[in-house]
Design a protein around this ligand. Structure first.
Ligand code: AMP
Ligand code: GLY
Length: 417
C-alpha cells in the first residue's frame, strides 16, 4: 500500500485527501499542515507548506511514495525541484513552470508570444508611466499586481481617481509587495475554470467548474479566493470547450516546453467566454480552490494513478467522471477578504445528510469542538442529478450549520439556475 503526502491545509487539500482516500492503492495519507477537518482522513504533520527542506526530510524518513502539492506558495518556493533532486516522486510543477502563476507578467508575455487569446495589456514598473497609460485608456480598467497575492492582487477601478489610488498602493507604497503592475483591458462574459492534468506536452482535461470570485451576492463586493463553485458548466458548449483545449491549454503546455520550463501538474485556465470568444483571464499552476472541492468528488478514476502518470511521465489512464453534478457554498468569516476574528464554535456538522461533503478550509479543534481559524472556513458541497438539486441540497446543509461569525452567498450558480 502506498504512502502519500499532501502538502497544504485548505479545502482544496481536503478534497485531494478525500479523493486519495478512495484509491485502493493508498494505505496512508499524511497532510502538512492539514487542518482540523482533514485530520479525520489523514495524519496531519505540523510542517508549513513552505518548509520545503523539512518536508523533504519528512518524506524521506517516512518512506513517502508520492507527494502532491496543493498551494502555489509551496510550488513557487521550489518544492517540486527539491523533492525531485532528492529522488522523491512529486506531483506539481517546478519553480520555473510555476512562474505562469507567480508572475502575471510572465503569463501575459507568454500568451502574447504564442498567440494565446487574452486581454490586451501593458506592464509597468513606473508609477507615472502607468498612470499616464491609464489616463489615456477607458474604464473600468484592470490592474494586476505582478506577484502572488492569494487572489487579492487584482483591482478593477471604475474611475481614474480609484485607479490612481490603486497604482499608488501597488507601485509607490508596495502594499502588495515589491513588484510590477499589469494594466489590462476589461473583458466581459461568464468565467469558467478549466483545470487540466499536464505531463509536459500532453494535456488531459478535467470536467469544467465555475467559481464565484466576489464576496457578496449579485457578484458585488471585493474579489476573494472564491465563494462557491459548481461542476459541470452548462454555459460552455462543446465548441467553446474544444477552442479552450486546442487554442489555449495545449498551446500553453507546448509554449512552456518551448520556453524550457515544461509544465507538470495541474494547469488551471481561468477563462472567460467573451463576445469575441474564449480568452484567458489568468493561469494558475495548481488545483483551484474551491473548484477542486466540486470537481474531484466527480472523479470516478483512481487519482493515485493519474498523479503517478504525471509524476513519472508514464501512460495516463483513462479519466472518467461521474454524471452526478456538484455545487458548493463557501462559509467565510465575517470581514473576509478583509480582517476577521477567529475561534468561533461551529455546530451542526455531525448531523448533515450523508451525501453532503464538507471540506474544511480554515478550522481548528478546541476542546473537541470545531472552531473557525481562517478567512474561508468551510466548503459545503451538495450533489444531485441537476445543478438545482445540488444547489438545494448544499444550501439546506449550509443553513443548518450554526456559527456566530460566518457568512455565505446564497446565489451560487445564479448564472445557470
Ligand atoms: P485573476 O486573479 O487574474 O483571475 O483576476 C481575478 C478576477 O478579476 C477574475 O476572476 C475576474 O473576475 C477579474 N478579472 C481579471 N482580469 C480581468 C479582465 N481582463 N477583464 C475583466 N475582469 C477581469
Ligand atoms: N478559485 C480560484 C483559484 O483557485 O485561484
Amino acid at each position: 500500500m502506498k504512502k502519500v503526502l499532501v502538502v497544504g491545509g485548505g479545502g482544496r487539500c481536503h478534497a485531494i485527501v478525500d479523493a486519495l482516500s478512495r484509491s485502493p492503492q493508498v494505505g496512508k495519507i499524511y497532510c502538512a499542515p492539514g487542518n482540523a477537518g482533514i485530520s479525520a482522513q489523514a495524519e496531519c504533520v505540523p510542517l508549513k507548506e513552505t518548509q520545503v527542506d523539512e518536508l523533504k526530510a519528512f518524506a524521506l524518513e517516512n518512506g513517502v511514495d508520492l507527494t502532491v502539492v496543493g498551494p502555489e506558495v509551496a510550488l513557487a518556493a521550489g518544492i517540486a525541484d527539491v523533492f525531485a533532486a532528492a529522488g522523491l516522486r512529486v506531483f506539481g510543477p517546478s519553480k520555473a513552470a510555476a512562474t505562469i502563476e507567480s508572475s502575471k507578467d510572465f503569463a501575459k508575455q507568454l500568451m502574447a508570444k504564442y498567440d494565446i487569446p487574452t486581454a490586451a495589456f501593458e506592464t509597468f514598473e513606473d508609477y507615472d508611466q502607468a498612470l499616464d497609460y491609464v489616463r489615456k485608456g477607458s474604464f473600468p480598467v484592470v490592474l494586476k499586481y505582478d506577484g502572488l497575492a492569494a487572489g487579492k492582487g487584482v483591482v478593477i477601478p471604475e474611475t481614474f481617481e480609484e485607479a490612481e489610488e490603486t497604482l499608488r498602493d501597488m507601485l509607490l507604497d508596495d502594499k502588495f509587495g515589491k513588484g510590477k503592475v499589469v494594466v489590462e483591458e476589461f473583458l466581459t462574459g461568464p468565467e469558467f475554470s478549466f483545470m487540466c492534468f499536464v505531463d509536459g506536452k500532453d494535456v488531459y482535461p478535467m470536467t469544467l467548474s465555475q467559481d464565484h470570485k466576489r464576496a457578496y451576492e449579485g457578484d458585488k463586493g471585493p474579489n476573494t479566493g472564491g465563494m462557491g463553485a459548481y461542476s459541470p458548466v452548462p454555459l460552455i458548449d462543446d465548441e467553446d470547450l474544444e477552442f479552450a483545449m486546442e487554442k489555449v491549454m495545449k498551446p500553453t503546455a507546448a509554449a512552456m516546453v518551448a520556453e524550457g520550463c515544461p509544465f507538470k501538474g495541474v494547469l488551471y485556465g481561468g477563462l472567460m467566454k467573451t463576445p469575441a470568444g474564449v480568452k484567458v483571464i489568468e493561469f494558475n499552476c495548481r488545483f483551484g480552490d474551491p473548484e477542486t472541492e466540486v470537481v474531484l468528488p466527480r472523479l470516478e478514476s483512481d487519482i493515485y494513478d493519474i498523479f503517478s502518470a504525471v509524476a513519472d511521465g508514464t501512460q495516463m489512464p483513462q479519466i472518467k467522471w461521474r454524471k452526478e453534478v456538484t455545487m458548493g457554498f463557501v462559509m467565510a468569516s465575517k470581514g473576509y477578504p478583509g480582517s476577521y476574528e477567529k475561534g468561533f464554535e461551529i455546530k451542526g456538522l455531525d448531523s448533515l445528510p450523508s451525501d453532503i461533503r464538507v471540506f474544511h478550509m480554515g478550522t481548528a479543534l478546541k476542546d473537541g469542538q470545531y472552531v473557525t481559524s481562517g478567512g474561508r472556513v468551510l466548503m459545503v458541497v451538495g450533489s444531485g442529478e441537476t445543478l438545482q438539486d445540488a444547489h438545494d441540497n448544499a444550501l439546506k446543509a449550509v443553513e443548518s450549520i450554526e456559527c456566530d461569525n460566518l457568512f455565505y452567498r446564497r446565489d451560487i450558480g445564479w448564472r445557470v439556475l
